[in-house]
Design a protein around this ligand. Structure first.
Ligand SMILES: C=C(O[C@@H]1C=C(C(=O)O)C=C[C@H]1O)C(=O)O
Length: 467
């Protein structure tokens, strides 16, 4: 872990407004060194960043605390000229879904349960090998696109950091960014040469039935079971092109990209509809999102499907468990919690039941304490949490890694926003591993749940298949 001693002010951050036209999102991202970061959440400035001035990592169940402490020490003192709030120093990153990662051998052994065996390459053995239990990056170079124009930030941390070097880097980055095209042609979608499901229809039916049996026996109320779809690509993955198209198709979702360090690092990316939590001062906003149906061919059919979803006892029960649990999880921190109206969140491929929840905190609290309290919500874990996590472990023949886990940012004041890493994939140049899950309650039907998994693979799969 690279983190400075609090006594030594070693963090330098300089930002300038980028005058002139903004180069294309894809060109900016392509020009940055790994590890690259993208964060684009509704109502927030869009961040595209490259390199790491500092990296914080942590392992195990205390990973939230360790990151919070390391972040506090990194931000303890600094020489910062941000110019605008969105360009103030922030750490971007996330966590694994499970607190206790299976060992490398366990993961490799779990990899192919009854499905067609994947090629025995290091990638298929463990797509998450380069992702620790928690990892946050303080970017070296960051472009922040606000309502009032783009900003360029350069950061440096460590005994060798100097204002002169940071200011010089600002100038070279400004020139480089200004020379990038405002629009550049998209590459065609890569297309697939092969695809493999780690879960066969039979093993899925077995897993769902075992879960509904546990629910009937009173052992469990709800569990979210996921599947993996591994695809081989016919051409190189252009993650900037994919994120750019996801931004057009899913404007109400949070787009993200997380890359570990290394020469050709894997990318974890997606466009998730679910916010885990956002904290500004003492105001908390979060979403209960659970209960799913498809899209219709016409607006009337969409309405019909939405009405049916809101009236369906199975989906309403699944949703109510999530909303109620989030309220309970926030209660110990909150002076007040209020629940908005139950509504429909309509996305390009699916519709969900959505309840916005807000809270005012009773005392100053770091966003990571809320992340720790809320993750995993029953929208991606289940109830009761421990038994649901045990059921997930026993049933899923793969490791979730960072799928369905908190992905987001934190700042020096302990504010931040975290999304749930859904509608996502982890990918190398020629292979992507997609994840999608569904909430299982007492009256879940395995075949309908299988179809819902397929719907939730669509956002990423649609961008990888040849047009
Ligand atoms: C687990 C996923 O989605 C979650 C499960 C939902 C459901 O079961 O209805 C809906 C939205 C998400 O909370 C996923 O997309 O992989």
């Amino acid at each position: 872990m690279e983190s400075p001693r609090a006594a030594d002010p070693q963090l330098i951050s300089r930002s300038v407004r980028l005058d002139g036209g903004l180069p294309s999102f894809r060109a900016v991202l392509k020009g940055f060194d790994a590890p690259r970061t993208v964060w684009d959440s509704p109502g927030e400035a869009t961040v595209i960043a490259g390199g790491a001035a500092a990296t914080l990592t942590a392992e195990g169940p205390d990973r939230f605390d360790h990151i919070r402490e390391a972040a506090e020490s990194l931000f303890a003192s600094g020489d910062v000229h941000a110019g605008t709030e969105a360009a103030c120093p922030r750490l971007f990153g996330g966590f694994t879904f499970h607190a206790d990662q299976p060992s490398q051998t366990d993961r490799a052994a779990l990899d192919t349960d009854g499905g067609e065996p994947a090629e025995d390459t290091p990638e298929s053995a463990d797509p998450w090998a380069a992702f620790p239990d928690a990892r946050f990056v303080f970017p070296r170079v960051q472009v922040t696109i606000t309502d009032r124009g783009p900003w360029l930030t350069v950061n440096a941390v460590g005994p060798d950091a100097s204002v002169a070097a940071v200011e010089e880097r600002i100038e070279t980055e400004r020139e480089r960014l200004c020379s990038l095209p405002a629009a550049d042609p998209e590459t065609p979608q890569p297309g697939l040469t092969d695809q493999r499901r780690t879960t066969t229809p039979d093993s899925w039916r077995g897993g769902v039935t075992a879960a509904t049996d546990r629910i009937a026996a009173g052992d469990l109320q709800k569990v979210v079971l996921a599947q993996v779809l591994e695809v081989d690509l016919a051409a190189d993955l252009e993650v900037g092109d994919i994120l750019s198209r996801l931004g057009e198709k899913y404007p109400s979702c949070t787009r993200f990209l997380v890359e570990p360090e290394g020469p050709e690092p894997p990318a974890f990316f997606g466009a998730t509809p679910e916010r885990l939590v956002s904290l500004r001062g003492r105001t908390v906003e979060t979403d209960a999102l659970a209960g799913t149906t498809g899209r219709g061919e016409t607006p009337a059919e969409d309405e019909w499907l939405a009405d049916e979803l809101l009236a369906d006892p199975k989906n309403v029960h699944e949703h109510a468990l999530v909303a109620e649990t989030i309220r309970e999880q926030l209660a110990p921190f909150a002076a007040s919690v209020s629940t908005g109206d139950r509504q429909i969140k309509r996305l390009a491929t699916v519709q969900h039941i959505h309840t916005p929840i807000t809270a005012e905190l009773a005392a100053d609290t770091h966003v990571l304490s809320l992340v720790e309290a809320l993750h995993p919500t029953p929208a991606v874990g289940g109830l009761p949490p421990d038994r649901a996590l045990e059921t997930i472990r026993e049933t899923e023949p793969f490791d979730r890694g960072w799928y369905a886990a908190p992905i987001g940012w934190i700042d020096a004041a302990g504010n931040g926003t975290f999304a749930v890493g859904l509608r996502s994939a982890v990918a190398t140049r020629r292979r992507a591993t997609l994840f999608a899950g569904v909430g299982i309650v007492g009256d879940s039907d395995p075949d309908r749940e299988w179809d819902e998994v397929e719907l939730k693979f669509r956002p990423i799969l649609d961008e990888l298949e040849a047009e």
